[in-house]
Design a protein around this ligand. Structure first.
Ligand SMILES: *Cc1c(COP(=O)(O)O)cnc(C)c1O
Ligand code: SF4
Length: 371
């Protein structure tokens, strides 16, 4: 058994161990864990410093998962099952698809969008993989695939390689991405052997998942460094959550720390309308405030897009604070910078064609004179 498999085995899965390790009464969460599995790796357990801190809230089951906001919550809020042409594949956007490789994860995040199936048995079968490959072969417009789940790095190397190899045989598939929470929660999985394997399938990108600065430990930094050294561009996705990271200072620290370990922040997600996750959701104004606090104040490289993954399969919609473009006409644009100062940008004259194609739009109220 490899070290990462030993670490998985030593993780907290049952309520008795949870009670022993963290003092949560076993009976208070027994039903919840029956419904939504738990896994807390030794690495994550070691980062939990006190009851209710940012890591605790993400991985320790809570009775609040039983109180659902029936008015808006759904089992499958993004309608992934409706957008699935063959089992385990979601095809929503024109040129890219999402593939569920396994239902297993290194930890079971209590806020997960795929709470409906993560942790249940299930990994892509060879027949299923064949169907997926056939579908992509027939759809020449697909040039990007995201391996997801569950967590694709939970499968052993030779199974992962089987998937990568089959996908690389599709000529029109340009890039492969892996979405994973493994480097941040089970860093021992990132071995030299895995990096050597992944390197063979470039261009390969990875999007990691981090929600709080306390997740960035020396072990995690080392794992990310190994992946980056294997030539894999690393991005990060963060879910905005009540009492975990819903203030500008925490987000700023997280984004800067990510860049320092060679991970480029990619998305901050507004929390999805998943059944049993109401206690994690924040108002959108909080996200807007955070983005305003990041943009211009820290490296542009460290500023992700803030998105709402629109319910019912609408896809990701980037949300920007509206007030940056104050005015536009034939001659000029007035913008507001991060210090709330106004600036004029003179425009080149529109060509006849441009003037016809896009009638100029006036945004917001008429501006005050900026000079
Ligand atoms: C998020 C997502 C993608 C990838 O979107 P990008 O904005 O390109 O990162 C693709 N398909 C589905 C179904 C998704 O949810
Ligand atoms: S690792 Fe990702 S897929 Fe797995 S439980 Fe966490 S958020 Fe869900």
């Amino acid at each position: 058994m490899e070290q990462w498999q030993k670490d998985l085995k030593a993780s907290i899965h049952d309520v008795e161990t949870l009670e022993k390790e963290l003092g949560v009464p076993a009976d208070s969460v027994r039903d919840i864990v029956d419904k939504y599995p738990m896994r807390i790796t030794p690495h994550v357990l070691a980062q939990i410093k006190e009851n209710g801190d940012a890591l605790w809230k993400q991985v320790v089951p809570s009775p609040e998962e039983e109180t659902s906001d029936a008015a808006c919550e759904m089992e499958d809020p993004l309608h992934e099952e409706k957008d699935s042409p063959v089992p385990n594949l979601v095809h929503r956007y024109p040129d890219r698809v999402l593939l569920f490789v396994t239902n297993q994860c290194p930890i079971y995040c209590r806020f997960c969008t795929r709470k409906r199936f993560v942790g249940s048995p299930g990994t892509l079968t060879p027949e299923n993989l064949k169907q997926v490959v056939n579908y992509i072969q027939e759809h020449k417009e697909i040039r990007d695939i995201i391996l997801s789940g569950g967590d694709p790095l939970m499968v052993v190397d030779f199974l992962l390689e089987r998937v990568l190899k089959a996908l690389r045989e599709i000529d029109h598939l340009e890039i492969i991405r892996i979405g994973t929470r493994v480097p941040g929660s089970l860093p021992s999985r990132i071995t030299e052997e895995l990096c050597t394997l992944l390197k063979k399938y470039h261009p390969l990108y990875m999007n990691l998942h981090f929600n709080h600065p306390s997740e960035i430990t020396p072990e995690v930094a080392k794992a990310c460094g190994m992946l980056a050294d294997a030539g894999i561009p690393l991005g990060s996705q963060t879910v905005l959550m009540e009492g975990i990271n819903d203030d500008p200072e925490t987000m700023k620290t997280l984004m800067k720390k990510l860049l320092a370990i060679r991970v480029k922040p990619y998305y901050i997600y507004q929390a999805d309308l998943v059944q049993g996750t109401a206690h994690f959701r924040t108002r959108v104004e909080k996200g807007l405030k955070i983005i305003s606090a990041l943009r211009g104040h820290i490296s542009g490289m460290a500023v992700p897009h803030y998105v709402i993954d629109a319910p019912q399969g609408g896809g990701k919609v980037a949300i920007l604070p509206q007030e940056t473009l104050l005015y536009i006409d034939d001659d000029e644009v007035i913008v507001k910078n991060y210090e709330e100062k106004l600036f004029k940008y003179p425009q080149p004259k529109p060509t006849e064609k441009e003037a016809e194609e896009s009638p100029l739009t006036l945004y917001m109220a008429p501006h005050q004179d900026s000079d």
